[in-house]
Write a protein that binds this ligand. Structure first.
Ligand code: NI
Ligand code: MN
Length: 229
């Protein structure tokens, strides 16, 4: 499996022969590697964890450009469908779907999910995390979330070895709570910190996170540089 972090919560997975984007926030993402999209030949699926602009991001444009299937909460799929996205695969917390040999499960996240239209929040359903499973690898993208003890249940049910874990604080876990999640509830081999360093508002960083992690090793990839896992 090849994982490319694209800054913030955005990443690309080449997994099980499929090309998958998660939370493709490209426009306005200071860490997004600008030439990434030109090298992207195809996208099979775009997974969106929740409706906030820094996660929904460029989903509508990319789904149309690549004729990709958007996999997201029911409300997000309905919203994008009404805006002309042709392929959507709606789900909700606890559900598992199959997509081209991948198994995708939507799991809990402690957060909110809405988009702001003309100053008014429009609900996008509940926020989520996601587990993506191929025959070889299982990846947990936690979305935006606080720590919660049922992360242990996610670990027990799906046994992910690779996790994308938010550490930026203010809107999600910070370094201490993210380390608690990794040390006590999850059992990851590879931990990739996300949702940090994009905006001044996000104070948590890998330097403060790394020394606190006792279980699993923390990898901080350079945005746009693929890592083999
Ligand atoms: Ni959010
Ligand atoms: Mn966010």
């Amino acid at each position: 499996m090849k994982l490319t972090w694209l800054g913030h919560a955005a990443c690309h997975l080449a997994i099980g022969g499929k090309s998958v984007l998660i939370d493709p926030f490209f426009t306005g993402n200071a860490k997004y590697p600008t030439d990434f999209e030109t090298g992207l030949e195809h996208v099979d699926a775009i997974i969106v964890t929740h409706g906030h602009a820094d996660h929904l991001g460029d989903t509508e444009r990319l789904a149309k450009a690549f004729n990709a299937t958007v996999i997201a909460m029911f409300e997000i799929c309905a919203y994008l469908g009404a805006r002309g996205v042709e392929r959507t695969d709606p789900m909700n917390i606890g559900g598992t779907i199959e997509h081209g040999g991948l198994r995708i499960t939507m799991v809990n996240a402690l957060h909110s999910s809405a988009i702001i239209e003309d100053g008014t929040p429009v609900t996008m359903g509940d926020p989520a995390g996601v587990v993506i499973k191929s025959s070889e690898k299982t990846v947990y993208h936690a979305g935006d979330t606080d720590v919660f003890s049922d992360m242990a249940l996610i670990q027990r049910l799906h046994q992910p070895k690779i996790g994308l874990i938010p550490i930026g604080d203010r809107f999600t876990m910070g370094p201490e709570t993210a380390a608690l999640a990794c040390n006590e509830f999850l059992d990851l081999e590879t931990i990739i910190p996300i949702h940090w360093g994009t905006f001044d508002l996000l104070s948590g960083d890998p330097e403060s996170f790394k020394p606190l992690v006792k279980r699993g090793s923390v990898l901080t990839p350079t945005p746009g540089e693929p890592i083999q896992l």
